[in-house]
Design a protein around this ligand. Structure first.
Ligand SMILES: Nc1ncnc2c1ncn2[C@@H]1O[C@H](COP(=O)(O)OP(=O)(O)O)[C@@H](O)[C@H]1O
Ligand SMILES: N[C@@H](CCOP(=O)(O)O)C(=O)O
Length: 317
């Protein structure tokens, strides 16, 4: 489980009092998640989630709070930091940055179908429309192309021969296309829109959570990250029906450009490298600990399958 910082009822009651949301009825640590400590909190006035930020870009909490405010104001189903009666959003508990957010309805789904994927494409399109161009809130990702190149170069000797060839080819491709990728149309990107960061009621998308990888960057990168998770089968092969549903819904809101269509296969591979590397690093650094570790091989297989991309971007000449 991933409750890194346990909390006792009295300290929680003291922390929650300034929100003016009534007495604490119940609270429960959330086992899912791998970065932060989260609790479901029942107060007299509703259901909430308390997050203690454990690692990652702690100093950049004001960016995440501002971005979620923008998206909430755009009526997107995202959490946002509730304010105390004195107007404070970012607080501290047990020495960690702490946020109280509304609890969103719905649950994660494991087996996505084309309807789920269309909803994901639609939400991603709205997220990008709300933040693209001059509206973008700048934040450089800490897991961008330079990070991939330097971490990849360090990790490559830990891999077997076939894996080394696969990774080396992908790193060379990143190096060769870096400038073109960074010149693609930009917005704020979630950068981690996996099934375990979205919630559904039936086929209705009710929540997008976990914005701690959000940054400013190429919108196509976000589409590739989402498609790699939502539209892959167990062997990493892209499911054409789900992929067309996601891409079609997205393109209905924001048509892809010619340059995006050209870089699409490359971007799918870049998005595989990003999570193959972060999972390899997590598997090494958290080995033997009680922390949720995702299987790095899943992205190795997806990267193998992305060597020949048959699902093109819907792009009108
Ligand atoms: N605002 C929210 N509403 C409902 N559930 C939430 C909310 N925030 C987090 N959760 C639940 O907590 C789990 C872990 O949250 P997440 O942000 O993914 O953690 P981590 O940053 O540690 O990966 C999610 O899978 C979800 O079930
Ligand atoms: N969704 C990711 C985990 C989040 O990435 P991280 O780099 O912030 O750990 C995955 O499934 O690997």
């Amino acid at each position: 489980m991933s409750v890194f910082t346990p909390l006792a009822r009295p300290e929680l009651e003291t922390f929650l009092a300034p929100y003016g949301l009534g007495r604490l009825i119940d609270f429960q640590g959330i086992a899912a998640g791998s970065e932060n400590t989260n609790f479901f909190i029942s107060l007299e006035q509703g259901e909430f989630v308390l997050t203690l930020v454990e690692r990652g870009p702690v100093a950049e909490m004001p960016f995440f709070i501002e971005l979620l405010d923008v998206l909430h104001d755009a009526d997107l189903p995202v959490p946002y930091a509730l304010r105390t009666t004195d107007g404070v959003a970012l607080r501290e508990l047990k020495g960690k940055p702490a946020l109280l957010q509304p609890r969103l309805a719905g649950k994660h789904i494991k087996d996505a179908n084309a309807q789920h994927c269309a909803q994901v494409g639609d939400l991603l399109g709205h997220l990008h429309l709300a933040t693209q161009g001059e509206k973008v809130l700048e934040r450089k990702t800490d897991r961008g192309l330079d990070w991939m190149l330097s971490e990849g170069a360090q990790l490559i000797s830990h891999l077997d021969d076939a894996q080394q060839r696969l990774l080396q080819d992908a790193l060379s491709e990143i190096e060769a296309h870096k400038a073109q990728i960074l010149a693609l149309p930009r917005a704020n990107v979630h950068a981690d829109l996996f099934r375990d960061n979205a919630m559904f009621e039936g086929t209705h998308l009710t929540g997008l959570i976990d914005f701690y990888n959000a940054c400013s960057g190429p919108m196509l990168y976000d589409v590739a990250i989402a498609l790699n998770d939502w539209c892959s089968d167990a062997d990493g092969v892209i499911d054409g029906q789900r992929a067309r549903a996601l891409l079609g819904a997205y393109a209905g809101l924001r048509p892809f450009t010619a340059k995006e269509a050209e870089l699409w296969p490359t971007m799918l591979r870049v998005a595989c490298v990003r999570f193959w590397l972060s999972r390899l690093i997590a598997a090494e650094s958290f080995a033997g600990q009680d922390v949720l570790i995702h299987d790095p091989a899943e992205f190795e297989h997806r990267l193998v399958q992305r060597q020949h991309v048959t699902v093109q971007l819907p792009f009108a000449l």
